[in-house]
Every structure is written in structure tokens, then in C-alpha cells.
Design a protein around this ligand. Sequence first.
Ligand code: GUN
Length: 295
Amino acid sequence: MAAAKIIDGRAVAQQVLAEVEDGVSRLRQAGVVPRLATVLVGEDPASRAYVGNKRRTCEQVGIESVHHQLPASTTTEVLLELVRELNEDRAVHGILVQLPLPGRMDTQAVIEAIDPAKDVDGFHPVNLGRLVAGLETFASCTPAGIVELIHRSGFETRGRHVVIVGRSNIVGKPLMNLLVQKSPAGDATVTLCHSATREVAEHTRRADILVAAVGRPGLIRAEMVRPGAVVIDVGINRVEDPDAPRGYRLVGDVDFEAVRERAGAITPVPGGVGPMTVAMLMVNTLKAARRAAGL
Ligand code: GUN
């Protein structure tokens, strides 16, 4: 079997970003400047890199970003106060609090404090509930980016069996709900595997489309993949590598070199799902700004 097609998430993300840039420029002509507030608590290097990337992408498409950097010692109450201020600020259309927050903070209270109309991450229970009900919502960026990437790469989900490994609130659960919607972007049959699933490989081998979203390098091995399947790797894991310039390299949850010999198509890490997540954040921020302007 020929080696898998490599799905170029960077290229697809650029298509999406070009569309967002166009929408932003039209909104600016109507007198509205879309603005995203980003909040980072502490100095975690990976989180800093993600937020920096999101802000650079804002600049690329013409969205203004305003960053709030808080010390790692910040209390939940102080962060909640900032979120309330951002909720009230009519010039701010989207609020992004980078996760994870330091362990002692009440993450759920922070998520629930964000005005659902500014919840461009789609983490608020109101938006998650609307997603489940098939109503207009902000879909979380990684799941929305995965669906967009699959379709823009020429693969259908309708009638296909999608197996997702990982049941997080950020990826697995919302992705399952997007994919089962009665719509051309959904209409899939979905199996969701998690840490209590028995014989995970029995499920993954039946997948037309396999999504790995656990955060464990090498989780998906070649024998777990049906020949010809589309494999979407959501993991972004730092593994030590003394030969790499920074002492580590990024790998996904999929044993890429082995699985590419068996899959029909596969996303690389980096350069697969990651750029799509950021692109969908821009889509959601533009949508929030349009809605706030009554457009
Ligand atoms: N941490 C990991 N992924 C995400 C994301 O999509 N949004 C936020 N806010 N934090 C994250």
C-alpha cells in the first residue's frame, strides 16, 4: 500500500484565515474593529507559545488582541474580576483564558464567568449545551478545526464511522457532538473510547476516520489502524531530544512513521490540527464581533 497522504493543516488553515481576513476587512469598513482579549496566568512555556501564536494570527487577519498577563500566584477571585471587566467592555468581542490554569484555581468557575456571547473557546456550558442540541453556538476551536480540516481535505463524514480516542471536554466530547449533527459536516456514526474502554484496538480498527486526542505519545500503533483510514492526530506532546535545538521535539499521539505506511491519510504534528485550532479561534472571534454589531 502506498504511504498515506499527509494532510497539510498549515495550508488549510491559511485558506480559512484568508476568508477571515476578508470578513474582518468588511467589518472594519462598517466601523467595527474585532477585538480578542487573551489572558494567561503564569509563565508555562507551552501556554506562552500558544498565546503568542494566537496573537500573531490575530495580527495577520486584522483582529486586535489585548493581552492580560497575570502572575502564577493570582487568585481565582482576581481572575474572575478581570473576566467581569472584559464581559462589560463593549470593545472586547472575544475572551480567551488560556488553559490549564494553575492547579489551585477554580477553572470551571472561570469558564462559567465568561459571557457566553464572548466565549470564543466554546467552553461555557451554555455553548456546550447549544452544541449538543444542534443550535447556533461557538463550537470549541480544536473540534471545529478537525471537522473543517477533514472536509476541506476532501473527505466526507456522512455515514462514516469515526472513532475518537479521548473524552476531554475540550476535544473528545464536543467533537463527538459536532460529528453526529444532522448536517453535511456531521452525519457520522461515532464511537468514543476512553480510559475505561476495553480492547480499544477492536474499536480503532473499525474506524474510517480515527481521531487520537489523549496526550500520550505513541498511543496509536500501526496495527490499531484500518488500512486506508484517515488518521487525525490531536496530541501535542513534548518529548526530550538532546539533538533538538530546544532539547525537546513535538510529537502527537500517533506513531507517525509506522501508521503512515498503513493509513490513507494522516495529519502531522506539528502542522496538522494545531494551526486549525488557531484559525477557528479567528473564525469565532469574527463571528462574536459580527453578532455584537447586530450583523
Ligand atoms: N489549552 C489547550 N487548548 C486550549 C484551547 O483551545 N483554548 C484555551 N483557552 N486553552 C487551551
